[in-house]
Design a protein around this ligand. Structure first.
Ligand SMILES: C[S@@+](CC[C@H](N)C(=O)[O-])C[C@H]1O[C@@H](n2cnc3c(N)ncnc32)[C@H](O)[C@@H]1O
Length: 364
Protein backbone atom coordinates (compact mmCIF):
# COMPACT_ATOMS: atom_id res chain seq x y z
CA UNK A 1 0.00 0.00 0.00
CA UNK A 2 1.40 3.42 -0.90
CA UNK A 3 1.38 6.28 1.53
CA UNK A 4 -0.72 9.18 0.29
CA UNK A 5 1.20 11.65 -1.82
CA UNK A 6 4.24 9.40 -1.98
CA UNK A 7 4.58 7.77 -5.33
CA UNK A 8 7.29 5.19 -5.06
CA UNK A 9 8.61 3.03 -7.85
CA UNK A 10 6.84 -0.19 -6.88
CA UNK A 11 3.55 1.64 -6.64
CA UNK A 12 4.12 3.21 -10.04
CA UNK A 13 4.97 -0.17 -11.49
CA UNK A 14 1.75 -1.62 -10.08
CA UNK A 15 -0.21 1.26 -11.48
CA UNK A 16 1.37 0.91 -14.88
CA UNK A 17 0.65 -2.83 -14.89
CA UNK A 18 -3.00 -2.18 -14.14
CA UNK A 19 -3.51 0.42 -16.81
CA UNK A 20 -5.92 -0.49 -19.59
CA UNK A 21 -3.71 1.31 -22.13
CA UNK A 22 -0.01 1.01 -22.52
CA UNK A 23 1.61 4.23 -21.30
CA UNK A 24 3.00 4.81 -24.80
CA UNK A 25 -0.50 5.07 -26.25
CA UNK A 26 -1.76 7.59 -23.70
CA UNK A 27 -2.26 11.02 -25.25
CA UNK A 28 -0.92 14.22 -23.73
CA UNK A 29 -2.31 15.19 -20.36
CA UNK A 30 -5.12 12.69 -20.12
CA UNK A 31 -6.22 12.84 -16.50
CA UNK A 32 -5.46 9.60 -14.79
CA UNK A 33 -9.03 9.20 -13.61
CA UNK A 34 -10.38 9.55 -17.14
CA UNK A 35 -8.97 6.31 -18.39
CA UNK A 36 -8.85 4.41 -15.12
CA UNK A 37 -11.65 1.87 -14.74
CA UNK A 38 -13.59 2.42 -11.55
CA UNK A 39 -12.63 -0.86 -9.99
CA UNK A 40 -9.07 0.39 -9.79
CA UNK A 41 -10.33 3.03 -7.38
CA UNK A 42 -11.29 0.37 -4.85
CA UNK A 43 -10.39 1.56 -1.34
CA UNK A 44 -7.99 -1.31 -0.84
CA UNK A 45 -6.08 -0.61 -4.01
CA UNK A 46 -2.90 1.30 -4.35
CA UNK A 47 -4.66 3.85 -6.53
CA UNK A 48 -7.13 4.75 -3.82
CA UNK A 49 -4.31 5.67 -1.52
CA UNK A 50 -2.88 7.81 -4.30
CA UNK A 51 -6.07 9.82 -4.34
CA UNK A 52 -6.27 11.04 -0.74
CA UNK A 53 -9.69 12.08 0.47
CA UNK A 54 -9.93 15.15 2.68
CA UNK A 55 -12.37 15.54 5.58
CA UNK A 56 -15.09 16.92 3.35
CA UNK A 57 -14.84 13.81 1.22
CA UNK A 58 -13.23 15.48 -1.78
CA UNK A 59 -10.19 14.06 -3.51
CA UNK A 60 -7.26 16.34 -2.82
CA UNK A 61 -5.15 15.45 -5.82
CA UNK A 62 -5.73 13.95 -9.20
CA UNK A 63 -3.05 12.07 -11.01
CA UNK A 64 -2.49 12.44 -14.71
CA UNK A 65 -0.08 11.26 -17.31
CA UNK A 66 1.78 13.56 -19.58
CA UNK A 67 4.37 12.95 -22.26
CA UNK A 68 7.56 14.93 -22.49
CA UNK A 69 9.36 15.59 -25.76
CA UNK A 70 11.79 12.77 -25.09
CA UNK A 71 8.84 10.38 -25.31
CA UNK A 72 8.84 9.53 -21.62
CA UNK A 73 5.40 9.20 -20.03
CA UNK A 74 5.12 10.41 -16.47
CA UNK A 75 2.58 10.52 -13.75
CA UNK A 76 1.97 13.90 -12.13
CA UNK A 77 -0.46 15.07 -9.51
CA UNK A 78 -2.91 17.90 -9.34
CA UNK A 79 -6.40 18.49 -8.13
CA UNK A 80 -6.85 21.00 -10.93
CA UNK A 81 -8.82 20.44 -14.06
CA UNK A 82 -7.26 19.12 -17.23
CA UNK A 83 -7.19 22.61 -18.73
CA UNK A 84 -4.82 23.81 -16.06
CA UNK A 85 -2.10 21.39 -17.07
CA UNK A 86 -0.12 22.58 -20.06
CA UNK A 87 1.78 20.35 -22.38
CA UNK A 88 5.20 19.78 -20.87
CA UNK A 89 8.37 19.59 -22.88
CA UNK A 90 11.63 18.88 -21.12
CA UNK A 91 13.72 20.81 -23.61
CA UNK A 92 14.66 24.11 -25.14
CA UNK A 93 12.56 24.66 -28.24
CA UNK A 94 13.28 27.36 -30.78
CA UNK A 95 12.32 28.30 -34.26
CA UNK A 96 15.45 29.42 -36.10
CA UNK A 97 13.47 31.58 -38.55
CA UNK A 98 12.40 33.83 -35.64
CA UNK A 99 15.98 34.94 -35.27
CA UNK A 100 16.67 35.88 -38.89
CA UNK A 101 15.87 39.58 -38.40
CA UNK A 102 17.53 39.87 -35.02
CA UNK A 103 20.72 41.93 -34.90
CA UNK A 104 24.05 40.25 -34.41
CA UNK A 105 24.45 40.14 -30.63
CA UNK A 106 26.94 42.72 -29.46
CA UNK A 107 28.02 40.25 -26.77
CA UNK A 108 29.09 37.67 -29.38
CA UNK A 109 32.64 37.42 -30.69
CA UNK A 110 32.73 38.42 -34.36
CA UNK A 111 33.21 34.92 -35.75
CA UNK A 112 30.06 33.29 -34.37
CA UNK A 113 27.25 31.90 -36.52
CA UNK A 114 24.26 34.24 -36.76
CA UNK A 115 21.32 33.85 -37.17
CA UNK A 116 21.61 30.76 -34.99
CA UNK A 117 21.11 27.45 -36.73
CA UNK A 118 21.04 25.33 -33.64
CA UNK A 119 20.86 25.61 -29.89
CA UNK A 120 24.60 25.69 -29.51
CA UNK A 121 24.85 28.79 -31.74
CA UNK A 122 22.29 30.57 -29.61
CA UNK A 123 23.05 29.47 -26.07
CA UNK A 124 26.71 28.69 -26.43
CA UNK A 125 28.45 29.18 -23.14
CA UNK A 126 31.16 31.45 -24.52
CA UNK A 127 33.18 33.02 -21.78
CA UNK A 128 31.83 30.79 -19.07
CA UNK A 129 34.11 27.87 -19.81
CA UNK A 130 36.26 28.81 -16.86
CA UNK A 131 33.31 28.58 -14.53
CA UNK A 132 32.32 25.26 -13.08
CA UNK A 133 29.92 23.23 -15.12
CA UNK A 134 26.85 22.61 -13.02
CA UNK A 135 26.63 18.98 -14.15
CA UNK A 136 28.41 17.66 -11.08
CA UNK A 137 25.80 19.19 -8.80
CA UNK A 138 22.81 17.65 -10.55
CA UNK A 139 20.30 16.39 -7.98
CA UNK A 140 20.03 12.95 -9.52
CA UNK A 141 23.79 12.28 -9.35
CA UNK A 142 23.11 10.45 -12.60
CA UNK A 143 25.73 12.37 -14.48
CA UNK A 144 29.24 12.00 -13.25
CA UNK A 145 30.74 14.03 -10.46
CA UNK A 146 34.14 14.33 -12.06
CA UNK A 147 34.83 18.08 -12.29
CA UNK A 148 37.10 17.52 -15.31
CA UNK A 149 34.39 15.69 -17.20
CA UNK A 150 32.77 17.46 -20.12
CA UNK A 151 29.11 17.07 -19.34
CA UNK A 152 26.80 17.35 -22.28
CA UNK A 153 23.42 19.00 -22.50
CA UNK A 154 21.94 15.72 -23.76
CA UNK A 155 23.30 13.88 -20.70
CA UNK A 156 21.83 16.59 -18.49
CA UNK A 157 18.35 16.26 -20.01
CA UNK A 158 18.51 12.51 -19.71
CA UNK A 159 19.66 12.68 -16.09
CA UNK A 160 16.91 15.09 -15.06
CA UNK A 161 14.02 13.40 -16.80
CA UNK A 162 13.26 11.36 -13.66
CA UNK A 163 12.35 14.47 -11.69
CA UNK A 164 9.07 12.83 -10.73
CA UNK A 165 10.99 10.55 -8.37
CA UNK A 166 12.15 13.59 -6.41
CA UNK A 167 9.36 16.17 -6.77
CA UNK A 168 5.61 16.20 -7.23
CA UNK A 169 3.08 18.71 -8.47
CA UNK A 170 0.18 19.60 -6.22
CA UNK A 171 -2.60 22.09 -6.35
CA UNK A 172 -2.20 24.73 -3.65
CA UNK A 173 -5.12 26.56 -2.04
CA UNK A 174 -4.48 29.98 -3.52
CA UNK A 175 -1.38 29.88 -5.75
CA UNK A 176 -2.30 27.41 -8.48
CA UNK A 177 -0.11 24.35 -8.90
CA UNK A 178 3.09 24.13 -6.85
CA UNK A 179 6.09 21.81 -6.62
CA UNK A 180 6.72 19.74 -3.49
CA UNK A 181 9.83 17.82 -2.50
CA UNK A 182 9.73 14.07 -1.95
CA UNK A 183 13.20 13.94 -0.40
CA UNK A 184 15.75 16.18 1.28
CA UNK A 185 18.19 18.37 -0.65
CA UNK A 186 21.39 20.10 0.40
CA UNK A 187 22.25 23.76 -0.07
CA UNK A 188 23.81 24.29 -3.53
CA UNK A 189 22.16 21.21 -5.05
CA UNK A 190 20.93 21.99 -8.54
CA UNK A 191 17.32 20.85 -8.59
CA UNK A 192 16.29 21.47 -12.16
CA UNK A 193 16.56 23.70 -15.18
CA UNK A 194 14.14 26.15 -16.73
CA UNK A 195 13.07 24.74 -20.10
CA UNK A 196 10.77 26.32 -22.66
CA UNK A 197 10.42 28.02 -25.99
CA UNK A 198 13.22 30.47 -26.79
CA UNK A 199 11.90 33.72 -28.21
CA UNK A 200 13.79 36.71 -29.55
CA UNK A 201 12.20 39.37 -27.43
CA UNK A 202 8.99 40.03 -25.66
CA UNK A 203 7.08 43.23 -26.28
CA UNK A 204 4.04 44.51 -24.45
CA UNK A 205 1.81 42.16 -26.38
CA UNK A 206 4.01 39.23 -25.50
CA UNK A 207 3.96 38.85 -21.79
CA UNK A 208 3.05 36.11 -19.39
CA UNK A 209 3.96 34.79 -16.00
CA UNK A 210 6.38 32.21 -17.36
CA UNK A 211 8.97 34.35 -19.12
CA UNK A 212 12.56 34.19 -18.03
CA UNK A 213 15.45 36.11 -19.54
CA UNK A 214 18.66 34.31 -20.40
CA UNK A 215 21.76 36.23 -21.48
CA UNK A 216 23.53 35.12 -24.65
CA UNK A 217 27.15 35.44 -25.73
CA UNK A 218 30.04 36.79 -23.66
CA UNK A 219 30.23 36.18 -19.95
CA UNK A 220 27.17 37.90 -18.61
CA UNK A 221 27.06 36.14 -15.26
CA UNK A 222 27.44 38.88 -12.66
CA UNK A 223 29.52 37.61 -9.76
CA UNK A 224 26.97 39.00 -7.33
CA UNK A 225 24.30 36.81 -8.86
CA UNK A 226 26.18 33.59 -8.39
CA UNK A 227 27.95 34.40 -5.17
CA UNK A 228 25.17 36.22 -3.37
CA UNK A 229 24.13 35.04 0.05
CA UNK A 230 20.65 33.87 -0.68
CA UNK A 231 19.65 33.28 2.93
CA UNK A 232 18.43 36.84 2.95
CA UNK A 233 14.62 36.93 2.97
CA UNK A 234 14.50 39.53 0.24
CA UNK A 235 17.30 38.21 -1.88
CA UNK A 236 16.30 38.40 -5.50
CA UNK A 237 17.80 37.52 -8.82
CA UNK A 238 17.42 39.49 -11.99
CA UNK A 239 16.13 36.42 -13.74
CA UNK A 240 12.53 36.80 -13.01
CA UNK A 241 9.29 36.14 -14.74
CA UNK A 242 8.36 39.69 -15.71
CA UNK A 243 5.05 41.02 -14.65
CA UNK A 244 2.77 43.12 -16.82
CA UNK A 245 2.31 45.40 -13.83
CA UNK A 246 5.98 45.79 -13.14
CA UNK A 247 7.26 49.24 -14.09
CA UNK A 248 10.82 48.03 -14.48
CA UNK A 249 9.84 44.89 -16.31
CA UNK A 250 12.51 43.96 -18.82
CA UNK A 251 10.01 42.71 -21.37
CA UNK A 252 9.86 45.87 -23.44
CA UNK A 253 13.55 46.58 -23.40
CA UNK A 254 14.93 43.13 -24.07
CA UNK A 255 17.59 43.36 -26.68
CA UNK A 256 17.67 40.34 -28.91
CA UNK A 257 21.39 40.95 -29.15
CA UNK A 258 22.18 40.26 -25.54
CA UNK A 259 19.45 38.06 -24.23
CA UNK A 260 16.56 35.91 -25.26
CA UNK A 261 13.46 34.91 -23.36
CA UNK A 262 12.52 31.44 -22.25
CA UNK A 263 8.77 31.10 -22.48
CA UNK A 264 7.56 28.18 -20.39
CA UNK A 265 3.86 29.01 -20.68
CA UNK A 266 3.14 26.34 -23.28
CA UNK A 267 6.31 24.30 -23.44
CA UNK A 268 8.41 23.92 -20.37
CA UNK A 269 9.18 21.48 -17.65
CA UNK A 270 8.15 21.06 -14.04
CA UNK A 271 10.20 24.07 -12.88
CA UNK A 272 7.59 26.40 -14.37
CA UNK A 273 5.30 25.37 -11.51
CA UNK A 274 7.63 26.67 -8.80
CA UNK A 275 5.78 29.36 -6.90
CA UNK A 276 7.18 32.48 -5.27
CA UNK A 277 7.96 32.90 -1.60
CA UNK A 278 9.45 35.90 0.18
CA UNK A 279 11.43 33.32 2.17
CA UNK A 280 12.41 30.97 -0.63
CA UNK A 281 14.44 27.77 -0.58
CA UNK A 282 15.82 28.23 -4.07
CA UNK A 283 17.06 30.77 -6.53
CA UNK A 284 17.52 30.94 -10.29
CA UNK A 285 21.10 30.95 -11.56
CA UNK A 286 22.67 31.34 -14.98
CA UNK A 287 24.89 28.30 -15.43
CA UNK A 288 26.25 26.05 -18.08
CA UNK A 289 26.22 22.33 -18.71
CA UNK A 290 28.89 21.36 -21.16
CA UNK A 291 28.87 24.16 -23.71
CA UNK A 292 25.21 25.16 -23.34
CA UNK A 293 24.06 27.97 -21.10
CA UNK A 294 20.92 27.51 -19.07
CA UNK A 295 19.01 28.76 -16.08
CA UNK A 296 18.91 26.38 -13.18
CA UNK A 297 17.04 26.22 -9.91
CA UNK A 298 19.55 25.95 -7.09
CA UNK A 299 18.89 25.23 -3.41
CA UNK A 300 20.04 28.19 -1.33
CA UNK A 301 19.49 26.33 1.92
CA UNK A 302 18.99 22.74 3.02
CA UNK A 303 15.49 21.61 2.05
CA UNK A 304 13.56 18.90 3.93
CA UNK A 305 11.23 16.42 2.22
CA UNK A 306 7.52 17.22 1.89
CA UNK A 307 7.79 21.00 1.61
CA UNK A 308 6.84 23.31 -1.20
CA UNK A 309 9.78 24.37 -3.35
CA UNK A 310 9.88 28.13 -3.82
CA UNK A 311 11.97 30.84 -5.42
CA UNK A 312 11.87 34.59 -4.88
CA UNK A 313 10.52 36.22 -8.05
CA UNK A 314 11.88 39.56 -6.86
CA UNK A 315 10.41 42.93 -6.01
CA UNK A 316 9.54 43.69 -9.63
CA UNK A 317 7.03 40.86 -9.45
CA UNK A 318 5.77 40.98 -5.87
CA UNK A 319 6.85 44.24 -4.29
CA UNK A 320 5.66 47.54 -2.87
CA UNK A 321 5.23 49.03 -6.36
CA UNK A 322 3.32 46.14 -7.90
CA UNK A 323 -0.34 45.37 -7.83
CA UNK A 324 0.06 41.61 -7.42
CA UNK A 325 -0.58 40.21 -3.96
CA UNK A 326 1.73 37.50 -2.66
CA UNK A 327 0.15 34.68 -0.67
CA UNK A 328 3.36 33.01 0.45
CA UNK A 329 2.46 33.45 4.11
CA UNK A 330 6.03 34.24 5.19
CA UNK A 331 6.38 36.36 8.31
CA UNK A 332 8.20 39.05 6.33
CA UNK A 333 6.10 38.70 3.17
CA UNK A 334 6.16 41.90 1.09
CA UNK A 335 2.42 41.83 0.64
CA UNK A 336 1.82 41.20 4.33
CA UNK A 337 3.61 44.41 5.28
CA UNK A 338 1.55 46.18 2.62
CA UNK A 339 -1.69 44.77 3.99
CA UNK A 340 -0.56 45.63 7.53
CA UNK A 341 0.15 49.22 6.46
CA UNK A 342 -3.34 49.39 5.02
CA UNK A 343 -4.74 47.99 8.28
CA UNK A 344 -2.70 50.50 10.31
CA UNK A 345 -4.03 53.31 8.13
CA UNK A 346 -7.62 52.23 8.53
CA UNK A 347 -7.09 51.91 12.32
CA UNK A 348 -5.80 55.50 12.41
CA UNK A 349 -8.86 56.50 10.45
CA UNK A 350 -11.10 54.77 13.02
CA UNK A 351 -9.31 56.46 15.94
CA UNK A 352 -9.72 59.82 14.23
CA UNK A 353 -13.41 59.17 13.69
CA UNK A 354 -13.81 58.06 17.32
CA UNK A 355 -12.06 61.22 18.55
CA UNK A 356 -14.27 63.30 16.29
CA UNK A 357 -17.33 61.59 17.69
CA UNK A 358 -16.23 62.38 21.22
CA UNK A 359 -15.73 66.00 20.30
CA UNK A 360 -18.99 66.35 18.48
CA UNK A 361 -21.53 68.12 20.74
CA UNK A 362 -24.70 66.17 21.40
CA UNK A 363 -27.54 66.95 19.06
CA UNK A 364 -30.09 69.32 20.46
C1 LIG B 1 5.48 30.87 -12.74
S1 LIG B 1 3.82 30.61 -12.26
C2 LIG B 1 3.96 29.41 -10.98
C3 LIG B 1 3.08 28.21 -11.25
C4 LIG B 1 1.61 28.48 -11.09
N1 LIG B 1 1.22 28.32 -9.70
C5 LIG B 1 0.79 27.51 -11.97
O1 LIG B 1 -0.14 26.89 -11.47
O2 LIG B 1 1.07 27.42 -13.15
C6 LIG B 1 3.51 32.14 -11.43
C7 LIG B 1 2.08 32.32 -11.02
O3 LIG B 1 1.75 31.48 -9.92
C8 LIG B 1 0.99 32.17 -8.94
N2 LIG B 1 1.83 32.39 -7.74
C9 LIG B 1 3.09 31.97 -7.55
N3 LIG B 1 3.54 32.31 -6.33
C10 LIG B 1 2.56 32.98 -5.72
C11 LIG B 1 2.43 33.62 -4.45
N4 LIG B 1 3.40 33.62 -3.55
N5 LIG B 1 1.26 34.24 -4.16
C12 LIG B 1 0.25 34.26 -5.06
N6 LIG B 1 0.29 33.66 -6.27
C13 LIG B 1 1.45 33.03 -6.61
C14 LIG B 1 0.65 33.50 -9.56
O4 LIG B 1 -0.55 33.35 -10.28
C15 LIG B 1 1.80 33.73 -10.51
O5 LIG B 1 1.46 34.60 -11.56
Amino acid sequence: MCAPSILNRSCLARLTRNLPLSPRSIPYCVPYTQFLPLHYLHPASCVQSLLPIDRAGWRKYEYFWYTSSDGVHRLATSSGSLNEIPQQINDYVFNTSNFVDADYPSTFPKDRVWPPKNLQDLLCAIGTEGKDCVGGRCFTRAICNDPCCRHTFEAWKHATQDWQDHFELRKTDDRGIGVYTKRAFKKKDVLGWYAGELVVSAGDDYNNDYLMEVPIGGDPIPESLNDSDSDNDYNQTELLPPSPSSPSSSTTSVSAGESVMIDASRKGNWTRFINHSCKAHCDYRVCRVGNIRMIVVEAVKDIPPGVELTVNYGLDYYGPNTTKICHCGARKCVSRSRTNKRKELSNTEKTRVKKCRRLTPPLE
